[in-house]
Design a protein around this ligand. Structure first.
Ligand SMILES: [Zn+2]
Length: 246
């Protein structure tokens, strides 16, 4: 994984502005891992993808993450500060993406694989959440049998689909990152899902706006071109901003 230069990250932000979260995740990973073919990145399980995104996020913005949450018990608004390891901790054993998982129950015998970015893209085009879940499941079925005879994935009943989903989550724990939160006001504790793609992208978005604002100030003050300002180290850029004053 290579380090992304300031100008590169800004270009990615511009390119990803009109894209879906699934595309943004692949865009960032492709830029950070130029030696890996895009197809191979799209084939990563969601857990493996998110693990790599966390690593990239840590390289760019450091180990501390900040967010907001509302306590369900006392309604207090909480400022959260946590680390990349707090999120990774819940899923410490990186999965070695088993090629096929098996689910056997009620006469059904399924072989399934873990969902990847292509599957998420297809599921995202569904009209409802139940339909999206179903599409995701059906795409991940490699082989389905009932009492030994081949059956269609869309004939598999809901209870078996739920078992398959549980099996996938267990085999790919990073695909469902959870954060443990404790309310300092009332002591309520809970687990919140953590979506690294939307979190990381909103950070990139805020960073890009701050950066363009700095470019605007320095270009107005010194007449430098954007590329020249972006090529400055953050420290040097900050020093010039302080010289220009408020
Ligand atoms: Zn509370």
């Amino acid at each position: 994984m290579r380090r992304l230069a300031t100008g590169d990250l800004l270009a990615l932000w511009e390119q990803g502005a009109a894209q879906s979260d699934v595309e943004r995740a692949l865009l960032l990973l492709a830029a950070a891992c130029p030696d890996r073919p895009r197809d191979a990145l799209a084939d990563l399980s969601i857990g493996e993808r998110d693990w790599s995104l966390l690593e990239l996020r840590e390289r760019i913005f450091g180990t501390t993450l900040e967010g907001l949450a509302t306590c369900a018990q006392c309604q207090a608004m909480l400022d959260l500060a946590f680390t990349v390891d707090d999120v990774r901790g819940a899923a410490s054993n990186r999965s070695t993406a088993e090629p096929a998982l098996s689910v056997q129950a009620d006469g059904y015998d399924l072989r399934i694989r873990l969902p990847n970015s292509r599957d998420l893209e297809v599921a995202a085009a569904a009209n409802s959440l139940p339909e999206a879940r179903r599409r995701l499941f059906e795409r991940c079925v490699l082989d389905a049998r009932r009492d030994g005879a081949v059956c269609r994935a869309d004939d598999v009943p809901e209870e078996i689909v739920q078992m398959a989903e549980a099996r996938m989550a267990e085999a790919d724990p990073q695909g469902d990152l959870q954060l443990s939160i404790a309310c300092p006001h009332c002591g309520h504790r809970w687990q919140a899902g953590f979506d690294i793609v939307s979190f990381f992208w909103s950070e990139i978005h805020a960073w890009a706006f701050r950066l363009l604002q700095d470019v605007h100030v320095l270009a107005s003050a010194y007449g430098w071109r954007e590329a020249e300002i972006l090529a400055l180290s953050p420290r040097r850029r900050q020093a010039y901003l302080e010289l220009v004053g408020p």
